[in-house]
Ligand binder design. Sequence first.
Ligand code: MSP
Length: 524
Amino acid sequence: MEKFYITTPIYYPSGKFHIGTAYTTVLADTIRRYKKLRGYDTFMLTGTDEHGQKIETVAKEHGKTPQEHVDEMAKMAKDLWKLMDINYDYFIRTTEPRHKKAVQEIFEYFLQKGDIYKGEYEGWYCMPCETYFTETQLVDGKCPDCGREVKLMKEEAYFFNMKKYTEKLLKYYDEHPDFIQPEYRKTEMINNFIKPGLEDLCVTRTSFDWGIKVKSDSKHVIYVWLDALTNYLTALGYTQDDDELFKKYWPADLQIIGKDIARFHLIYWPIFLMALDLPLPKKILVHNWIMMKDGKMSKSKGNVVYPEMLVERYGLDATRYFLLKEFPYGQDAIFTPEDFVNKYNFDLCNDLGNLLNRTIGMVNKYFGGNVPNYKGRINDVDAELEETVASKISEYENNMEDLHFSNAIESIWGIISRANKYIDETAPWTLAKQEKTEKLESVMSHLVETLRIVAILIKPAMTETSNKILSQLGINEEASKEYDTIKEFGKTTSDLKVIEKGEPIFLRLDANEEIEYIKNKMKE
Ligand code: MSP
């Protein structure tokens, strides 16, 4: 069985996660589920990035020790992923002893190899980003990443010799055109950071305590990014006695990150791996951000949307659907309450919900709930429906492989709208009056089969709805795992009996009321 190792960034446990933060994880979970459905042996990693000055400061503000603080936050993250049905295989915490030990060993190895050397650092330090910048990197004298104030600081420190690997990295980029997605992110790295001359990276701090100490020089704390990036290896047992998972799953097949952490993952991370003589991840997907109409989400602006609120009020699948559908590939998405409610009412309630309701209603009305067995293409439009289904399935697969998630959802909705049109074209209510039984039977079997296929296709994205559809159609939920059965229309189900009265899977929302509701919640 082919393996598929997928990672999300490990999250800073500094506060509650908003829908932007949840996006990366929903994406990773969806692709993992898809790969599993397609027969891969999958492993998904997520976790929390628990060291650094920022955590130390936030813990103090809450009157807690850093360890107490990160324990609470890691629990909060796990609770959220449970609520969002995120099926990770391992949740790494960088305060785990085995991770700390491995990071210390990696550091010593770099030292001994000469990739890390001791020097003195002076630079402009951004505390929230925990990053030093050179004068020229500052934007209007402020942090180029977050726009906040920076401080001039000087300290004895260790440096990683990035210059040694610059050429090798460029060559790697060149020889592996699929390594970075979308490709323009690679160009950005080359133009903004590599061409101007890659600086050696300062990889230790002495200004605070909350981190992993350098084994051979314990007044130095290892830079949080060197500590954090290696989680992708240490979680699998790298440098540890039990490294079965590492041997099996490394290199990662896909690493998903947000655009703000591209530099760390596209430059430093590959270089660290080169220095360790390890293969690089096969692909890194850099996604954009969920923005609000007035810019970034922030508590002070009163525009933060929390996933818990959406899940509690509108259900998990509506939330996951929105997140996956909203992002055009390689661009930012804008969240508006109007858009969320409209997508719910139009895409989920009208298009999908009604297709299921109408189908169940008609099978009950015309055939007492017994689904007529598929007998091939009887009506003129049967062939067209089947062909659309087949072509949209292959379009969906290509989109999933290319990581174009929003388009993949569109491919499924292409089937749904074709099926709705098919009902209007075949007008089953007229066929029933004319006693055209064979034709009417064909319409019902086509609709049920199309819905079965839709249920399987949406399974990675909308885990609950998929099962609800199948159970209303009288199909065992286990069938949602049988992906290959969708390749041959109508050949795998017979003698089905649909539910007598199908519950609507999405209840129509009062748009104005719900838009107000979300807006008020954003201000809380
Ligand atoms: N701890 C680092 C990652 C270390 S990985 C070795 C970190 N953590 S984070 O909690 O700040 O961010 C986690 C992820 O959430 C990042 O991929 C980041 O891009 C993403 N997002 C944070 N805000 C976001 C949006 N508004 N929209 C989409 N993703 C966003 O960075």
